[in-house]
Ligand binder design. Structure first.
Ligand code: SF4
Ligand code: SF4
Length: 405
């Protein structure tokens, strides 16, 4: 069996410069409760010293010439602009000829002209969390006091557009908006969004002595689903409905991450999202205090790799613990996945969602499996054709004319 070579991929470590703190308190947020991991620490902010240590090590650890810094929250814009200006200074100081770029995730509510000018001038890519039209978005994305946020987010997006900042939408698909795929998709087109990433929300709830939490993979398999989670059938219908609209009208114009990743897998290439890839382990997350975790979705004590103050990024990212995490995806695939004709496109999706039993009674099947099966079955003829077009050095967008014939 070939051994896994982590060095053949770029190494990403997502930064949490303000930990899990946020000016919103979205019902389904998987990250807000991570603040409790650091209850004993008064201020959850990344220090200048830590930022410098990270920047130097991160750049030096890369095996490729391009280096991507990813800023994530909590709400990243709760750190002052001066923090990110300093980050750029440090990147320049340690670049040594590397090509450095930055991507930042925000809920969009704190964007101002000043922020947008900074992003434009420095070519930052901004990912904005927005769940579609107002009534979908405001269902779950609210402040602690229950105030809706859509109007502020849209004002932020208009500012990004006014300043010509490159941005994309990061949307969550939940029990509510999943029933309105076309309204959801058309909304993004109407507001001029060309890059859409939608993520199914799948969470379970567990009760511990200190209250209710989102479950980790190691929690009991029968932990109840959080009611905002999308169901497998909803997910399947949602993806198929959007795909039908996209494949007839928008190929090559609107980029939907799931469709791009599916086509990449169909063509034997590496998909742009880890969930559809063969292995995990290339993208860790570093908290404000230097703690590094295997993945942003595995910020649990048992997946902590170490701390950058006492270990190097190289030691943590290429060490035994992260190697074991990387193989988790393939190693624990249940029999149903191993026999599945769409395994090449799905790879069992994210291990975080593998907590149901498969057709043979084995544990570890993905909760969304039924939805994915339906989606792959539905898109297979189109994917086959787009693959053929690519092999003939033609644009996949030609499929739109063929469908109309
Ligand atoms: S655990 Fe899930 S989110 Fe994390 S790297 Fe693996 S597939 Fe991606
Ligand atoms: S579609 Fe279902 S059975 Fe097939 S690989 Fe994905 S999760 Fe496994």
């Amino acid at each position: 069996m070939p051994t896994l070579n982590l060095f053949s991929h770029p190494m990403y470590v997502m930064l949490k410069p303000i930990g899990a703190h946020c000016n919103l308190a979205c019902t389904y947020c998987y990250y807000l409760e991570k603040a409790h991991l650091y209850d004993q620490v008064p201020r959850h902010v990344m220090s200048d010293r830590l930022l410098e240590r990270f920047t130097q090590q991160y750049i030096e650890a890369q095996t490729m010439n391009e280096v991507l810094f990813t800023w994530h929250g909590g709400e990243t814009l709760m750190r002052p602009l001066s923090f990110y200006k300093r980050a750029l200074e440090l990147q320049r100081k340690y670049a040594r000829g590397r090509v450095i770029s930055n991507a930042i995730q925000t809920n969009g509510t704190l964007l101002t002209d000043e922020w947008c000018e900074f992003f434009r001038e420095n070519n930052w890519l901004v990912g904005v969390s927005i769940d579609g039209p107002q009534e979908f978005h405001d269902e779950y994305r609210r402040s602690r006091s229950g105030k809706p946020s859509w109007t502020q987010v849209m004002a932020g997006i208009k500012l990004l557009q006014k300043h010509g900042v490159e941005w994309n939408a990061m949307a969550v698909v939940n029990d509510f908006n999943a029933d309105y795929p076309l309204e959801f998709y058309r909304f993004f087109k109407q507001i001029g969004c060309k890059y859409i990433q939608f993520t199914p929300i799948v969470e379970r709830i567990v009760s511990h002595a200190d209250g209710r939490h989102l479950a980790s993979l190691t929690d009991a398999a029968d932990a109840p689903m959080a009611d905002f989670s999308v169901t497998p059938d909803q997910w399947g219908s949602f993806c198929c409905a959007i795909f039908d609209e996209w494949v007839r009208n928008d190929v090559g114009e609107v980029f939907v991450q799931l469709f791009d990743a599916t086509l990449a897998n169909w063509c034997g290439q590496t998909p742009g999202i880890c969930t559809m890839g063969k292995t995990c382990g290339h993208a860790a997350a570093m908290e404000f205090n230097g703690d590094v975790y295997s993945c942003d979705h595995f910020v649990f004590p048992e997946y902590r790799l170490g701390n950058i103050n006492s270990q190097t990024l190289l030691e943590m990212m290429y060490g035994d613990k992260q190697r074991a995490f990387a193989t988790l995806k393939q190693k624990h695939l249940p029999r149903q996945c191993r026999e599945c004709k769409y395994r090449f496109a799905c790879n069992g999706e994210c291990p975080k969602n593998r907590f149901v039993t498969d057709a043979y009674g084995n544990p570890g099947l993905n909760y969304l499996c039924r939805g994915y099966l339906r989606f792959f079955e539905h898109v297979a003829p189109y994917m086959d054709r787009m693959k053929q077009l690519l092999e003939q050095q033609r644009a996949p967008a030609e499929i739109m004319n063929e469908i109309k014939l």
